[in-house]
Write a protein that binds this ligand. Structure first.
Ligand code: GLA
Length: 508
């Protein structure tokens, strides 16, 4: 819990040191050409892939992500004034210059989207931390010259946004004198960064980007505080299991579609958790991002007060499985057939004993959302099923390995995809095609990873099957959907991934 964000003096933490060395040399040359001085240090933060447990972090249920090798690296120079110059090595992403305000927080433009908004989010949360925890007044905070180089695909569902904002927060803290920071603090600071852009994210991405360790799996806990627990995959033949990521190359823009996709799910989950509480006569702690009750809060309260079960510590696997199954049973009991297709605003408000005005104030004003019906029943089923899927995987990992390990894991991964497709509705035709082709050609289990609505699919396969799987995806998905697609694009779209090192400062 108290481990520090590392500072590396070389690039040995990358699997391919020589390619990384070239990349860093090019970046540093660009820095000195652009700013006519040498950099002082670098900061980096990786993207992530989530093996299982999506759309449950913002209701405080654990997920199993890992940091990936693709990352955002920034070379930094510190300025004496409050000016910030931001450049990207990729000309597609234009530069920006702005001044840090002397007496208030950085304003992030709500108008047209610019990639540097993620930089600003990172700076903003870091500046708040400097002010609130290190008593720095805003006029003392220094600006930076910084050049970014990113390899996490934008909109690929692999958390390019978290990589930029974590990297930005880290470099900004370091530039302003914070030489040591715990992973716990950096996670706590950055989990809210994207909220300033109007996306009500849950924290899994930032936590994975910070806690990732080479070759290790990660279990993210959200209560009582968000942190990553590192463990080793106890697989039968460890070299045999291969995780392949395939980017559908259909961008998932969490920011632009938030009112009908991501933020709407957050709102529906809050309403649904409070409806369960209302129907069982319970009052929930209002500790979610929306200041409402959560599904975790409901489950804990119900099992303790109504069933007299001992308090769950968030770790006990058997107890978790028992509790999630109980919640799934209860969901069937508490929703009538008619309600399963969805609730109008009026119906949801009256079922919660609220006027439409009060309902709107409570759930619909903090983040803008748009919907025809609130799908409370299927969202509830998703959360408890997907939280159960995570603990089914943990149970499998903690049991004696068997020859059917990959089939067993794959089948839970497929159950998770079923939930995402049918209960969260974050799938796309492209995701479904990729899963179908993969399952027929060597994948044990395939699921969309992260927020969905586009982006990437993660496949569980083995060393003997991975080449055939890639070939089938190329022939039956990529070359059909994108005729003439180049080898270069395919190489970045289909990536074998291993758990990689989390965020760090690099001094070279
Ligand atoms: C995005 C969010 C995360 C999480 C996932 C879905 O990546 O940033 O907080 O909610 O979607 O699991």
């Amino acid at each position: 819990m108290t481990s520090l964000v590392p500072t590396y003096k070389n690039l040995d933490f990358y699997p391919n040191v020589s390619a990384s060395t070239k990349r860093y040399e090019t970046l540093l040359t660009k820095f000195s050409e652009k700013f006519q001085k040498s950099h002082l240090f670098l900061a980096r933060a990786p993207g992530r892939v989530n093996l299982i447990g999506d759309h449950i972090d913002y209701v405080f249920f654990s997920s199993l992500p890992m940091a990936i090798e693709a990352d955002v690296v920034a070379a930094v120079g510190i300025r004496d004034d409050n000016v910030v110059n931001v450049v990207n090595t990729d000309g597609k992403y234009g530069p920006a210059t702005f001044s840090l305000p002397k007496d208030s927080l950085l304003a992030i433009g709500k108008g047209e989207f610019h990639w540097t908004n993620y930089v600003k989010c990172g700076f903003l949360v870091a500046a708040k931390f400097l002010h609130e925890h290190h008593k720095k007044s805003y006029h003392e905070i220094k600006g930076v010259d910084v050049i970014y180089d990113g390899t996490v695909p934008t909109g690929g569902g692999l958390s390019s946004s978290a990589a930029i904002s974590v990297c930005s927060a880290l470099l900004f803290l370091r530039a302003n004198g914070i030489e040591e920071i715990t992973k716990l603090d950096l996670t706590a600071i950055t989990v809210v960064s994207e909220h300033y852009l109007g996306v009500n994210t849950g924290g899994m991405d930032q936590c994975a980007s910070i806690y990732g360790e080479f070759g290790k799996a990660l279990l993210v806990h959200y209560q009582p505080q968000i942190y990553g627990e590192i463990f080793t995959f106890p697989v039968v033949k460890p070299d045999d299991m291969v995780l392949l990521i395939s980017n559908t190359l259909v961008e998932a823009n969490k920011f632009e579609t938030a009112p009908v996709n991501y933020n709407l799910r957050v709102v529906e989950f809050a309403i649904a958790a409070e409806l369960l509480a209302k129907r069982t006569g319970l009052k929930l702690e209002e500790n979610s991002n929306l200041d409402c009750g959560t599904f975790r809060g409901f489950m804990d309260t119900y099992c303790e007060t109504k069933l007299g079960w001992k308090k769950w510590d968030g770790h006990d696997i058997d107890q978790a499985i028992k509790m999630f199954n109980k919640m799934l049973e209860l969901t069937e009991e508490l929703y009538s057939e008619d309600e399963r297709s969805g609730f109008s605003t009026e119906l949801a408000a009256s079922e919660l004993g609220l006027s439409v005005d009060d309902f709107t104030k409570r759930y619909l004003t903090k983040f803008q959302v748009k919907y025809d019906k609130l799908k409370l029943y299927i969202r509830t089923k998703h959360v408890y099923s997907e939280a159960l899927n995570v603990f089914r995987v943990l149970k499998l990992l903690s049991s004696e390995p068997t020859p059917t390990f990959l089939n067993d894991l794959g089948s839970i991964i497929n159950d998770s995809q079923y939930c995402l497709q049918n209960l969260v509705n974050n799938s796309t035709q492209e995701i479904e095609t990729v899963c179908k082709v993969a399952l027929a050609n060597g994948s044990y289990g395939s699921r969309v990873t992260g927020a969905g609505f586009g982006g990437s699919v993660v496949h569980v396969t083995d060393a003997g099957k991975v080449e055939g799987l890639k070939k089938a995806l190329i022939e039956q998905y990529y070359e059909v959907k994108f005729p003439g697609i180049t080898k270069e694009i395919l190489d970045t779209a289909l990536v074998i991934t291993k758990p990689s090192a989390g965020a760090s400062i690099v001094e070279i």
